[in-house]
Structure formats: structure tokens, C-alpha cells
Design a protein around this ligand. Structure first.
Ligand SMILES: Nc1ncnc2c1ncn2[C@@H]1O[C@H](COP(=O)(O)OP(=O)(O)O)[C@@H](O)[C@H]1O
Ligand SMILES: [Mg+2]
Length: 313
């Protein structure tokens, strides 16, 4: 096992895309065109990730998260910079890198569509040459972490989205890789399935000391799983530290929730160093009347929103 799980140094990825022209004439022109533009998707990103960490890799749509993960998994070659995943250069040592990693990309299942899940597992066991004893132990661990009975004999095509995601995550961990990449795993899932999946990821990380790189838009995932977050915006890394550290930047912010006379809840994000919370409460009380009050520290959701709005901290 390498010293660090992941080392990235000044990684850039540019995409070269054709400048498209409109209409039939335009399409024909495009066939012969050399009119390209460069999209810098990832710009000078560096980071080091220790074995066993769960990293929340966050950023708005189009920020460059998936492109980064594709470089870490060896699907894409960086335009420049250095990258080591468990001591391997992913795009060069693709086979070796694959033995050490597991991947779940959003809603695209990696499993055999019409096979019962257990048969997919057996195929993966054979592909990765997992010794029978370790395989059995892993299945036992799965049983202890999540109820696999409803899915284990089901073909993936008959599964709900949640069951499929669960299956994909189990499959990604099956050969006990050092690092697992989860790109938007909880997208589109209901609250109870999200919570099952968080428990599963957390349980596997703790038992196997697996490094997990997680991209998500769900701050509930971040709160439940990640101590450290890396935030990327327009291809550039704008934050890399503990989530608590991030919240301390906004130490004077509070989320004030008010249940009004008409039973609706209203949320205010208040900077206590600028606004007196009692003033807000008093004026609302006069305006419509208040039935209940909740005052909390700023939520992860609000913190991330503020970072996106304001750029680097
Ligand atoms: N294969 C590709 N060809 C051209 N542009 C791409 C390609 N993949 C991603 N991009 C562009 O790179 C940027 C980053 O995309 P992506 O990494 O998918 O962002 P994220 O996962 O954070 O939403 C976007 O502007 C996107 O349009
Ligand atoms: Mg993406």
C-alpha cells in the first residue's frame, strides 16, 4: 500500500471541442473545420488524500468534479500535472490501478443487467480473483450492514433506483479496493434509501479503512460522512479543509427558523455580528405572529452556498 492514497500536483485537464456552426451549411463546414476551442475543465488542482479518509468533493454543476474523478480512475489522461493513486499513475497503469479502486458513476450501473445480483458478485469475484474466504467474509459484512435479502437474487433490471445504487456500491467494494470513488451516488433517492446508503458507506469505510472520494449535491451526505471537504469551482480548487473549519468562518451566522401564525416555517440566515436576532423576531411577531422558534448554527448547506457565492475564503 502506498504512503498516500492519492497525490495530485498541479493537475490540468483541457477539452478540445469543435466550435459548432448553425444550420446544414454549418454542419458541413464543421466536417472540415479546424475551428476548435479549448475548455479548461480542471485548472492546477493539487491535493493529498490519506488512506481511510472520506472526502466530500464538492462544487456546482460543471465545476470539474467528474473530470477529476475520471483522471483519478485512469479514464482520462491529464493535460499536465502529476497524479498518483496508490502509487500508480492511473492512465498508464490502468490495470494495476483498477485492482485498487472501485467506482460508482451516478446512475449508470456497472452490473450485468439481467443477472441476479449474486451472479454479478460471483463474476466480479472471479474477475478480481478474490479468494473464496475473503469473498464470503465480505458478503457476511454486507449482511451485517444492510438488508441484502430483497436484492441478492434479483436481476438489476428489476430493481428500483435505490436498490440498484445499493447494489452498485456493494459491487464497488467487493474486491476490497483501497479507494472507492462515488460520483453522485445518492442523486434521485428518497430519504430512507439515502440514509441506508450513508450507513453502508460509513460502515465499509470503518471496517475496511477504505478511502472514499464522494461527490454529491446533498449536504446531508456531507454531514453524515465527510470530515474533510474539497471544493472546486470553475475548475479551480477553492477550499480544502475540515468541514468544521469551514463552519468557523461563518461562526457568527445563525439559521433562525420561525413557525408563523399560519403554521408555515420561514428561514432566515442571520449574521449576528451585523443583525440583532431579537429585532428580526420582534418585527415578525408584530407583522404576523410567531408560534415557534428554532435557532441553529449555520448549516453545511448554507455554508457551501455562501462559498459558491463568494468564491474563495
Ligand atoms: N468529454 C468532454 N468534452 C468536452 N467538454 C467536457 C467533457 N467532459 C466535461 N466537459 C466540460 O468540462 C467541464 C467540467 O465538467 P464535469 O467534470 O463533468 O463537471 P461536474 O462533474 O463538476 O459537474 C464542463 O464545462 C463540461 O462541459
Ligand atoms: Mg459530475
Amino acid at each position: 500500500m502506498a504512503d498516500k492514497a492519492i497525490i495530485m500536483k498541479d493537475i490540468c485537464k483541457d477539452f478540445k471541442v469543435l466550435n459548432r456552426h448553425e444550420g446544414l451549411k454549418g454542419s458541413i463546414r464543421d466536417l472540415f473545420s479546424r475551428d476548435y476551442k479549448i475548455i479548461p475543465a480542471v485548472k492546477n488542482v493539487s491535493m493529498e488524500i490519506e488512506q481511510g479518509e472520506i472526502i466530500g468533493y464538492l462544487g456546482p454543476n460543471g465545476a470539474g468534479k467528474s473530470t477529476t474523478i475520471k483522471m483519478m480512475t485512469g479514464v482520462l489522461e491529464p493535460t499536465s500535472g502529476e497524479i498518483l493513486v496508490n502509487g500508480n499513475i492511473p492512465y498508464k497503469d490502468r490495470t494495476k490501478n483498477c485492482e485498487n479502486i472501485g467506482v460508482v458513476f451516478g446512475q449508470r450501473s456497472q452490473l450485468w443487467w439481467s443477472l441476479p445480483l449474486i451472479e454479478s458478485f460471483k463474476l466480479l469475484r472471479d474477475i478480481y480473483m478474490v479468494p473464496t474466504k475473503e469473498y464470503e467474509e465480505m458478503i457476511d459484512l454486507y449482511r451485517s450492514l444492510v438488508d441484502i435479502e430483497p436484492i441478492i437474487n434479483k436481476p438489476v433490471r428489476q430493481m428500483s433506483l435505490g436498490q440498484r445504487t445499493l447494489s452498485d456500491i456493494l459491487a464497488a467494494f467487493l474486491h476490497n479496493p483501497d479507494i472507492v470513488f462515488l460520483d453522485e451516488p445518492t442523486i434521485g433517492l428518497d430519504v430512507s434509501m439515502k440514509s441506508k446508503i450513508r450507513d453502508l458507506i460509513s460502515g465499509l469505510n470503518q471496517t475496511k479503512n477504505t478511502t472514499v472520494i464522494l461527490t454529491t449535491h446533498d449536504m446531508g451526505d456531507v454531514d453524515a460522512l465527510c470530515k474533510r471537504v474539497v471544493i472546486i469551482d470553475k475548475g479551480e480548487k477553492i477550499y480544502d479543509n475540515d468541514i468544521e473549519h469551514l463552519k468557523s468562518y461563518f461562526g457568527s451566522y445563525r439559521t433562525l427558523s420561525l413557525r408563523l401564525a399560519d403554521d408555515t416555517w420561514e428561514e432566515h440566515l442571520i449574521d449576528e455580528s451585523k443583525t440583532d436576532i431579537m429585532d428580526v423576531i420582534n418585527s415578525k411577531q408584530k407583522e404576523i405572529g410567531i408560534k415557534d422558534i428554532k435557532l441553529q448554527e449555520i448549516s453545511t448547506e448554507e455554508v457551501i452556498k455562501k462559498i459558491y457565492e463568494g468564491g474563495a475564503v
